[in-house]
Design a protein around this ligand. Structure first.
Ligand SMILES: [Zn+2]
Ligand SMILES: [Zn+2]
Length: 80
């Protein structure tokens, strides 16, 4: 399942907050921006690691449509 991770504090969430950036305008259309609900900052998509079940904060490797975090991928490679 796809989740999101805050790039500031690495908190995991499933639904970004949408905020309205008015740019000083008094009438619509206003720009809407998706931000993290924890600290209103940028976020990235994240997925559960197919090996350890943790959400992957950094790079991941995809094997047969399953995503693995880098450390698990190395462990898995050693085991195989
Ligand atoms: Zn945050
Ligand atoms: Zn893992």
């Amino acid at each position: 399942m796809k989740m999101y991770i805050c790039t500031e504090c690495e908190k995991i969430f499933n639904q970004p907050n949408t905020i309205t950036e008015r740019h000083g305008l008094t009438e619509p259309p206003y720009e809407t921006i998706d931000v993290s609900p924890c600290c209103q900052s940028a976020f990235a998509e994240t997925w559960e690691c197919g090996y350890c079940g943790d959400y992957i904060a950094g790079d991941y490797i995809v094997v047969d449509d399953v995503k693995f975090c880098e450390c698990c991928y190395q462990v898995k490679n050693v085991l195989n």
